[in-house]
Design a protein around this ligand. Structure first.
Ligand code: AMP
Ligand code: ZN
Length: 459
C-alpha cells in the first residue's frame, strides 16, 4: 500500500487512483527564460521518483508537464515584465528562440539526471485557445472582473479559497502591503488575462474576447492539466513555493469553472537551500547542473545526493556535502561492479523491505539503507546485482547501463588484458601473470569469469 503525504489534508494517505490503468500526474514545468538551477532539479528528481514508484507498485502513469513560455511575470503578483520577453529584450533575441534554447537545456539536464520524460509535454503558447475557453467559462459563471490592465479572478467568490495553503484570508487582507495594482478588489485576486501594455510592443500576444494580450501564469496549468488528464485527476506536484499562490489559484479557478474537485493528491517537494537560504534565480545564488559538472562531478552524483534526503525535508547544499556524496557513489559503484555482469534472482525479502520504504511516502534515505544492506548480505553476487537493478526502477541511478560505461578501461589496460587472454589461451602462464601485474599497477583488476575475462577498477 503506497502512502503519500497530501498537502491538502496535511496527512499521509493511501494512494488510490481513479483509474488503475493510467494514473494522471501533472507536474509544473520550468519557465524557460534561463537555465534550471539544482534546486529546481531537486524537485524534478523527486517527481521522477514519485512517477517511478507509482509504476513500481503497479500503476502505469500518464505524466503531463508544461513548459511556461509566456505569461510568467517577474513578480508573481501579476506585475512586472514577462520573464521570457525580458530575457529576449536584454539579449536582443526572439522570445521563441529564448524559449527553445532553454527548453533544450532543460531536457538535456533531465537526461543527464536519468529523469524520464513526461508522456505529454505541453507549451503554454500552444494552448491559448484552451486558456481563453476556460476564462470564458469563469466569465459565464461570474467569477471574473475587468480592470484597465487585465481580466481578474475574484477570489472572494470562492468560499474555500486558500484551502490548500490554509491561508488566513482575513489576516492577509489586513496585513497586505500596498498593492501596485490598486484596481484589484482583493489582494488575493489574480490575473487570468493581461492586456498588452499600450507603450510596449510584445512579441507574444493574442486576440481574446477581452482585448489583445496574453494569459496569466496560473491559467495555463489549469487549462493544460484538464485538457490532458480530465477535470478531476490523481496527482498534482511541484515545489513548496507553489502552495500559497500558484497551486492555490489553480485550484480556485479550476473548481470554479467545473464545479468538480481538481487534483486529488497534492505533493510538494521541499526546497534546496544554499547557505541556509533559498536557492532562487531571483536571489542570484543559483548553481546549474553545468556548474556541477564543471567542478568535476558526474551529474548522477547529484541525483544520488538528493536521494539521501527525504523530499519533504529541506536540504542545505554545500560543495563539501556533494563531495561526500561522490565518495559514497564511487564506493557503491565499485561494489556494484565487483558483482560481475550477470543477473541472478531478485531477493524477495530485501525487495519487500525496499518496497516498504518506497510505500512510506517515498522514503529514499531509508530505501538507500536497504541498498547498502543488499551489498552486505550473504546473497550471491549475481542475486545482489539482480536485486539492485530491480530497486533501480525507483532510484533511477541507471545501474543496468552503468556497468558497460564504467567498464571502459584505458586503452593500455584493455591491450594488456587482450594480450593476457592470448597468453592464457596459449597456456603461457608466466606471461599471463606478468600482464596481470601490469594491469594492477594501473589500478585495475582482471577477473576471469565463465564467459570471458573482465576488467574492474580497484577499490
Ligand atoms: P520555476 O521554473 O521557477 O517555475 O520552478 C520550477 C520548479 O522548481 C517548481 O516546481 C518550483 O516549485 C521548484 N523550485 C524552485 N526553487 C526551488 C528550490 N530552491 N528547491 C527546490 N525546488 C525549487
Ligand atoms: Zn503550474
Amino acid at each position: 500500500m503506497l502512502r503519500l503525504f497530501n498537502t491538502i489534508s496535511r496527512q499521509l494517505e493511501e494512494f488510490k487512483p481513479i483509474n488503475k490503468e493510467a494514473v494522471g500526474l501533472y507536474t509544473c514545468g520550468p519557465t524557460v527564460y534561463d537555465f534550471a538551477h539544482i534546486g529546481n532539479l531537486r524537485t524534478y528528481i523527486f517527481e521522477d521518483v514519485l512517477k517511478r514508484a507509482l509504476v513500481f507498485v503497479g500503476f502505469p502513469v500518464k505524466h503531463v508537464m508544461n513548459i511556461t513560455d509566456v505569461g510568467h511575470l517577474t513578480n508573481d503578483s501579476d506585475f512586472g515584465e514577462d520573464k521570457i520577453e525580458k530575457t529576449a529584450r536584454l539579449e536582443s533575441k526572439k522570445a521563441v528562440d529564448i524559449a527553445a534554447f532553454y527548453t533544450d537545456a532543460f531536457k538535456s539536464d533531465l537526461r543527464k539526471l536519468n529523469i524520464s520524460e513526461p508522456t505529454v509535454w505541453c507549451r503554454a503558447s500552444e494552448h491559448i485557445a484552451e486558456q481563453i475557453a476556460l476564462i470564458k467559462k469563469l466569465e459565464e459563471k461570474g467569477f471574473i472582473y475587468i480592470t484597465s490592465d487585465g481580466v481578474y479572478f475574484d477570489t472572494s467568490k470562492v468560499k474555500d479559497y486558500g484551502k490548500l495553503a490554509r491561508l488566513n484570508i482575513a489576516g492577509q487582507e489586513e496585513g497586505a502591503r500596498v498593492e501596485v495594482n490598486t484596481e484589484k478588489k482583493h489582494s488575493t485576486d489574480f490575473a487570468l488575462w493581461k492586456f498588452s501594455p499600450a507603450d510596449v510592443k510584445r512579441q507574444m500576444e493574442w486576440e481574446s474576447p477581452w482585448g489583445v494580450g496574453f494569459p496569466g501564469w496560473h491559467i495555463e496549468c489549469s487549462a493544460m492539466s484538464m485538457k490532458y488528464l480530465g477535470e478531476t485527476f490523481d496527482i498534482h506536484a511541484g515545489g513548496v513555493d507553489h502552495v500559497p499562490v500558484h497551486h492555490t489559484n489553480e485550484i480556485a479557478q479550476s473548481e470554479a469553472a467545473t464545479g468538480q474537485p481538481f487534483a486529488r493528491y497534492w505533493l510538494h517537494g521541499e526546497f534546496l537551500l544554499i547557505n541556509e537560504g533559498k536557492m532562487a534565480k531571483s536571489e542570484g545564488n543559483f548553481i546549474t547542473l553545468n556548474a556541477v559538472q564543471e567542478k568535476g562531478f558526474d551529474p548522477i552524483v547529484y541525483r544520488f545526493y538528493c536521494l539521501s534526503s527525504h523530499y519533504r525535508s529541506k536540504l542545505n547544499f554545500t560543495w563539501d556535502t556533494l563531495a561526500n556524496a561522490k565518495i559514497g557513489w564511487d564506493k557503491f559503484k565499485n561494489k556494484f561492479f565487483s558483482l560481475g555482469r550477470q543477473n541472478g534472482k531478485v531477493d524477495a525479502a530485501l525487495l519487500a523491505r525496499f518496497q516498504e520504504k518506497v510505500n512510506d511516502d517515498l522514503n529514499m534515505p531509508q530505501a538507500m539503507a536497504v541498498v547498502w544492506d543488499v551489498l552486505k548480505s550473504d546473497l550471491t553476487d549475481f542475486d545482489k546485482r539482480a536485486t539492485l537493478i530491480k530497486f533501480d526502477e525507483v532510484l533511477g541511478l541507471g545501474l543496468a547501463d552503468l556497468h558497460e560505461a564504467e567498464q571502459a578501461a584505458p586503452a593500455a589496460v584493455v591491450q594488456f588484458a587482450k594480450d593476457r587472454d592470448e597468453a592464457r589461451a596459449g597456456k603461457k602462464w608466466k606471461k599471463a601473470d606478468e600482464l596481470r601485474k601490469k594491469i594492477e599497477e594501473l589500478g585495475w583488476l582482471v577477473k576471469d569469469e565463465s564467459d570471458a575475462s573482465h576488467l574492474k577498477r580497484k577499490e
